[in-house]
Design a binder for this molecule. Structure first.
Ligand code: PEP
Ligand code: MG
Length: 318
C-alpha cells in the first residue's frame, strides 16, 4: 500500500467520490520545502517560523527573514504557503527573548500574546513575509488566539503594512487567519469567522486545553486523544462558523494524519489537512478510500460518543 501511495503522490487529493481536500505539509525549516513538494505536498499548511528564530542568536533581521521565506516560496512554485507567525513561550523559549518564570507556561505569555508585547518584531516578520511572496499565494496565521481582540490588533498592523509597501514589492494574493487551538476561539468562532480569512485547527494545543492534559505529559499521553468528542465538537463549531462566512478551515495538528481521524475530519467539513511531509502520500491515499457520505456518517457517529475510547471503538471496528 505504501508503494501505491508513493506512486500516486502527485495526484490532486480527494475522496473516492471526488470531494476535494487539500493535503499540505507542516514544516519547521524552509529548506525542507522542496522535499515536501517531492513527496506530493500541495502547499505548506504550517510553517513553524519560530524554528527560524531559534536558529539565530538574535532576532533575524528583515533581509535574513526574507531570504528564509523566499526559499520555501520558490520551492513551492506557486503552491500556497501558510506561515504561522512566531509562536514562542510555553514549551518553546527563545534565548534572546526571556520571559519571566511562570508557574504555568502553557497558560502564560506565549504565542500571539507574547508577540503583541513586541509589536516591532511581529511587524518585521509580517513585512518580511509580504515582501518575500510577491506574486505567490501567501496565508499568514496567528497562533494561540483566544478571541477577536488579538486578531484585530494584528489586522491593524497588517493593514498599515499593506498600505505602506508598494503593491509591486509585496504579496497581493494574501490572507490573514488564525489558528484555532484555544477552546475559547472555537466557542467564539462565529465572531472570529466574520473577520478572519481562514482558520487552521491546531489539534495538539486544542486537545491539551480542552482536556486539561499537558500535551507532553509522559503518563497521560494515552488519554490525550484528539478524537475525544469534546475536541470534535469544538472542530464542528469551528467549521460551521467558517463555512457560514465562506471561509476555509484546515487542520494542522497531529490528528490530521491519524488514519481513523481523516474521515471524521473530512466529514466535519475540513477543507485542508496539513501533516508531516513524510505522511503526505499516506494521507492522500487514505482520502481515496472513502466517500464524503461515509465520512459524514463517521463524523456523526464520533460526535455521539461519550469518550475518546468509545469514538475509536465505534470507528475502528468498521
Ligand atoms: C497545534 O497546536 O496543533 C499545532 C499545530 O501547533 P504546534 O504543535 O506547533 O503547537
Ligand atoms: Mg500549537
Amino acid at each position: 500500500r505504501e508503494a501505491e501511495a508513493w506512486e500516486a503522490r502527485f495526484a490532486e487529493a480527494h475522496t473516492r467520490d471526488g470531494h476535494r481536500v487539500e493535503v499540505a505539509a507542516n514544516l519547521g525549516n524552509a529548506a525542507h520545502a522542496l522535499d515536501a513538494v517531492e513527496r506530493g505536498a500541495e502547499g505548506i499548511g504550517l510553517l513553524r517560523t519560530e524554528f527560524i528564530f531559534m536558529a539565530h542568536a538574535s532576532a533575524p533581521d528583515l533581509e535574513t527573514q526574507i531570504a528564509e521565506y523566499r526559499e520555501a516560496i520558490d520551492a513551492l512554485d506557486g503552491r500556497p504557503l501558510v506561515a504561522r507567525t512566531l509562536d514562542v513561550g510555553g514549551d518553546k523559549p527563545l534565548p534572546y527573548w526571556p520571559v519571566p518564570k511562570e508557574d504555568n507556561p502553557f497558560l502564560g505569555l506565549r504565542g500571539i500574546r507574547l508577540a503583541l508585547t513586541r509589536p516591532e518584531v511581529l511587524e518585521t516578520q509580517l513585512r518580511a513575509l509580504l515582501m518575500a511572496s510577491r506574486s505567490r499565494p501567501l496565508r499568514i496565521m496567528l497562533p494561540m488566539v483566544k478571541d477577536v481582540g488579538e486578531f484585530r490588533a494584528v489586522r491593524t498592523l497588517f493593514d498599515r503594512l499593506l498600505d505602506e509597501i508598494p503593491e509591486a514589492e509585496r504579496a497581493t494574493d494574501v490572507q490573514l487567519g488564525v489558528m484555532i487551538e484555544v477552546p475559547s476561539a472555537a466557542l467564539l468562532a462565529p465572531s472570529l469567522a466574520a473577520e478572519v480569512d481562514f482558520f487552521s485547527v491546531g489539534t495538539n494545543d486544542l486537545t491539551q486545553y480542552a482536556l486539561a492534559i499537558d500535551r507532553g505529559h509522559p503518563d497521560l499521553s494515552a488519554q490525550s486523544d484528539g478524537l475525544h468528542p469534546a475536541v470534535l465538537r469544538l472542530i464542528e463549531m469551528t467549521v460551521a462558523a467558517a463555512h457560514a462566512q465562506g471561509k476555509w478551515v484546515g487542520v494542522c495538528g497531529e490528528l490530521a494524519s491519524d488514519a481513523t481521524a481523516v474521515p471524521v475530519l473530512v466529514g466535519l467539513g475540513v477543507d485542508e489537512l496539513s501533516v508531516s511531509a513524510r505522511q503526505v502520500p499516506l494521507v492522500k491515499a487514505r482520502l481515496a478510500e472513502f466517500d464524503l457520505a461515509e465520512a459524514r456518517a463517521q463524523a456523526t457517529l464520533a460526535l455521539a460518543q461519550p469518550t475518546a475510547e468509545a469514538v475509536r471503538d465505534a470507528l475502528e471496528v468498521r
